[in-house]
Write a protein that binds this ligand. Structure first.
Ligand code: UDP
Ligand code: MG
Length: 136
């Protein structure tokens, strides 16, 4: 493993629940450094582009609607094996299937509204970091 960077998003439900700090603390306590962060509200076009891989999936329109429903916090996390580490801290997509102690198991309401996004591979991490932080 080596030092990697990955993209994290605290989704609108996470911001709404006032748990940005709790989520950041999990990153910091597990060796992930926040090297870039910002709060913004995604436009429909941004959300559609970001989730383009899911365009043909039945949940795509709802996902875009949800991701644009309020502010999000996008961050770049850096650390040893950051991509996988972040995915482990997040837990499975569906909080009912997520391991105890993960962000989604502890805070998320449903498979759709699941508090956080995290890049799923080093290749996608590079694309996603560039999408929100072209200078990083
Ligand atoms: N999603 C959904 N229904 C599903 C699968 C996914 O609403 O059946 C949403 C959910 O918000 C998820 C996002 O679409 O986080 C992207 O799905 P993916 O399979 O990439 O899950 P993730 O990588 O976020 O765990
Ligand atoms: Mg994904």
């Amino acid at each position: 493993m080596s030092i990697e960077r990955t993209l994290s998003i605290v989704k609108p439900d996470g911001v709404q629940k006032n748990i940005i700090g709790k989520i950041f603390t999990r990153f910091e306590d597990n060796g992930l450094k926040i090297v870039g962060t910002k709060m913004l509200t995604l436009s429909k076009e941004q959300a559609q582009k970001f989730y383009e891989v899911h365009k043909e999936r039945p949940f795509y329109d709802d996902l875009v609607e949800y991701m644009t429903s309020g502010p999000v916090v996008v961050s770049v996390l850096e650390g040893e094996g950051a991509v996988l580490k972040n995915r482990q801290l997040m837990g499975a997509t569906d909080p009912k299937e997520a391991e105890k102690g993960t962000i989604r198991a502890d805070f998320a309401d449903s498979k759709a509204r699941n508090c956080v996004h995290g890049s799923d591979s080093l290749e996608n991490a590079k694309i996603e970091v560039k999408f929100f932080f072209p200078n990083l």
